[in-house]
Design a protein around this ligand. Structure first.
Ligand code: SAH
Ligand code: DHB
Ligand code: MG
Length: 226
């Protein structure tokens, strides 16, 4: 029952505030359709969550965004649209197949000029970004959860003071509480909370979310001086 209610209310919110038939949302819907055709897993952020990311990036005045975990680029499009015309989003994706679909989706959404999509394990792309001197004012972490403790460290290294860092999927139906879990995603998420709580370089909270994607949560923080 709970899931049905969450989904219905989520659909109501989206219908009222960002209806799929709105022309500005058609590229997003088209991206989801292309993802389905290509057989990508339907683990994109939800429409309401995508819009939240978009709003947070605009609130942060982001000009340079880093995303870890592209999939088909659904969240990438929401974030790219938050950027000024000369802004940039670097997005990191392990799978060449996912990356190819994302490239198409992002181009079809008119966001190709802002895109820097890098294929490979994120933990190899991140040091390269540091060598290039990249600095970000918004980071969205949404890849393999086992590496979230490391991704947070990289985000803090690559972000400017005052930058916003958002981490997806930190609740996972409450499984985050399972201290005896052997699931690498849960172990990684719990370690992420330990590291995040001890980390003086960022001030963070986490909010639980319910909706079409069930019960989950986002951690949101701001980067402080070292
Ligand atoms: N942010 C996307 C969803 C990402 S799903 C959206 O909301 O639309 C997670 C993605 O992370 C998958 O495409 C997966 O291939 C990718 N991924 C998993 N492990 C990775 C790694 N080590 N480095 C980079 N990407 C990885
Ligand atoms: C999964 C990954 C995600 O990033 C997400 O938002 C939901 C599910 C997964 O791997 O199952
Ligand atoms: Mg996610």
């Amino acid at each position: 029952m709970a899931q049905e209610d969450w989904s219905e209310v989520d659909a109501y919110i989206v219908e009222k505030l960002s209806p799929p038939e709105d022309p500005s949302n058609q590229a997003l819907e088209a991206a989801l359709a292309r993802n389905r055709e290509a057989g990508l897993p339907a683990i994109d952020v939800s429409p309401a969550q995508g819009k939240l990311l978009h709003l947070l990036a605009r609130l942060a005045g982001a000009r340079n965004i880093l995303e870890i975990g592209t999939l088909g680029g659904y969240s990438t499009i929401w974030l790219a649209r938050a950027l000024p015309d000369d802004g940039q989003i670097v997005t990191l994706e392990f799978s060449p197949v996912h990356a190819a679909v994302a490239r198409e989706n992002i181009a079809a959404a008119g966001q190709a000029a802002k895109l820097d999509l890098r294929v490979g394990p994120a933990l190899e792309s991140l040091p390269a970004l540091e060598r290039e001197g990249a600095v970000f004012d918004f980071v969205f972490i949404d890849a393999d959860k086992a590496n979230n403790p490391d991704y947070l460290q990289w985000a803090l290294r690559l972000a400017r003071v005052g930058a916003v860092v958002v981490v997806d999927n930190v609740v996972r139906n409450g499984r985050v509480l399972d201290e005896s879990s052997a699931d690498p995603d849960i172990v990684g998420t719990r370690k992420f909370f330990d590291v995040a709580g001890a980390e003086r370089r960022w001030t963070a909270t986490a909010i639980q979310t319910v909706g079409v994607k069930g019960w989950d949560g986002l951690a949101i923080g701001i980067v402080e001086k070292a």
